[in-house]
Design a binder for this molecule. Structure first.
Ligand code: MG
Length: 448
């Protein structure tokens, strides 16, 4: 028996705004950050979960985490995972905390950290990576991980079970592919940030092409002429007929009609999809954009800011997207992501999890492996940004254009202690970078 005796939160921020890593049309200067929940136990083993933000406000998420972690303190791991669906419902069911959601916003980001910390702990106790726990479960065990409230008009537990049973066929071969690091092809956004100059962009495209990448994503939405210039460079490097795929991402800057007009200006570059063309809450708006762009052969994707499974249900039921992009910790942890993977399988829409952030590739490598091996049986592509992995105890890695399937126990987001201390916010004098003079340019600079 393992008892959860307490927890710790950590506010960790990296000053990525200094070199514009992560910059896009909406987020000009993000500092990639993680709000951690670290569960403590009576056996010494810890569970590490985090959620991702881009700087200011990370402390607000850290403030919310204890409200949820307190609900599992004193309980045994075994009692919590015995009926995971029930535990998840219990975690979202504090009526007073629910009022400041429900199941969205800061309280839901905090939930993602707590739920994933519990998965990390469980995986370490079992001695397996998280994806493998799910891959070793029977279809009915997987169904029991999910809270189906608000889903049953589109996906019942019986339908979910049928999807998983059907996916048993060929599962053994797909599992073998996962063990040989061939289950999850990667795509790169490294060259695509809006704040990068043309030379840096061209250099990074050439470099990533040389590394075996076939899918490349660029930020757009700043201005049409600038975007046409950048996409021209991208197509010069990756070509049109060499099997390389281009994607573009507008990070929500447009109105619905504006998105359609703008994308018509970029159609000759033949992107596979436009990501986040408009507000992530606008189901019907996405449907309009999708219908308007279909004749151009351009798809529509969103999901990194979809707040919960209910919104994904609407997007899918309305046939408003060509690709969905759930986030591992904006949703309420793995259990809610599994619900979304099953919804996507039912509506036959590919899943390309959102990974553009610190710690996100570490999480999503598990999600895409689960999707391929256990749920959809369909190989997708998974975003990989080559930043900040050195801070993780067991970082995500890409080789030969594929993610190396995680083999170490846990959910892979445990950060090295020295990195946590060095980048702690506001941190300790003499230890944290944020206390140094170098940080003043951010701390005292304009908030954009
Ligand atoms: Mg994006």
């Amino acid at each position: 028996m393992v008892t959860i005796t307490g927890f710790e939160t950590r506010d960790v921020r990296f000053p990525t705004s200094l070199d514009k890593t992560g910059s896009d049309a909406m987020n000009a200067a993000g500092d990639y950050s993680a709000a951690y929940c670290i569960l403590k136990t009576d056996v010494g083993c810890e569970g590490h979960g985090m959620t991702f933000t881009i700087g200011r406000g990370n402390d607000v998420v850290c403030y919310a985490i204890p409200y949820l972690a307190e609900r599992i303190k004193g309980k045994t791991l075994e009692s919590l995972v015995e009926n995971w669906g029930k535990t998840w419902r219990y975690l979202v069911n504090d009526s007073q905390l629910r009022w400041i959601g429900p199941e969205k916003g800061v309280i839901h980001l905090a939930l993602g950290a707590v739920v994933n910390a519990l998965w990390d702990l469980w995986a370490k106790v079992l001695g397996k990576p998280v994806w493998r726990i799910v891959a070793d479960m029977s279809p009915s065990e997987i169904v029991s991980l999910i809270d189906f409230r608000y889903l049953t008009d589109c996906l019942t537990p019986e339908e979910a079970l049928a999807i998983l049973e059907k996916a048993q066929e060929g599962k053994k071969d797909r599992l073998q592919e996962a063990l040989e690091n061939r289950a999850v092809p990667a795509y790169t956004t490294s060259a695509g940030w809006l704040g990068y100059g043309e030379d840096k962009m061209r250099g990074l495209l050439e470099e990533t092409l040389g590394q075996g990448y076939k899918h490349f994503k660029l930020k757009v939405g700043g201005d049409v002429e600038g975007d046409r210039k950048r996409l021209t460079i991208a197509r010069e490097v990756i070509g049109y007929d060499r099997g390389n795929v281009l994607m573009v991402d507008a990070n929500q800057v447009w109105d619905v009609q504006e998105a359609v007009t703008y994308m018509n200006e970029l159609k000759e570059f033949r992107p596979w999809f436009i990501e986040e063309p408009t507000s992530p809450d606008d189901v019907l708006g996405h449907k309009k954009i999708k219908d308007a762009l279909a004749p151009l052969g351009i798809g529509v994707a969103t999901g990194e800011m979809c707040q919960n499974r209910i919104l994904f249900k609407q997007f899918l039921a309305a046939s408003a997207l060509n690709v969905i992009q759930p986030d591992a910790c904006r949703l309420g942890g793995l259990n809610e992501v599994l619900a979304v993977l099953l919804l996507a399988a039912k509506y036959n829409v590919p899943v390309v999890p959102h990974s553009g952030g610190v710690g996100l590739p570490e999480y999503t490598q598990h999600l895409s492996t689960i999707d391929y091996v256990v749920v959809s049986g369909r190989k997708s592509v998974l975003e990989y940004v080559d930043h900040l992995h050195e801070h993780f105890a067991r970082p995500a890695r890409v080789e030969n254009g594929h993610y190396v399937t995680p083999s170490e126990p846990g959910y892979s987001v445990e950060m090295k202690r020295e990195s946590m201390d060095r980048w702690a916010f506001p941190g300790e004098e003499g230890v944290s970078w944020w206390r140094s003079d170098e940080a003043r340019v951010i701390l005292e600079g304009e908030k954009i």
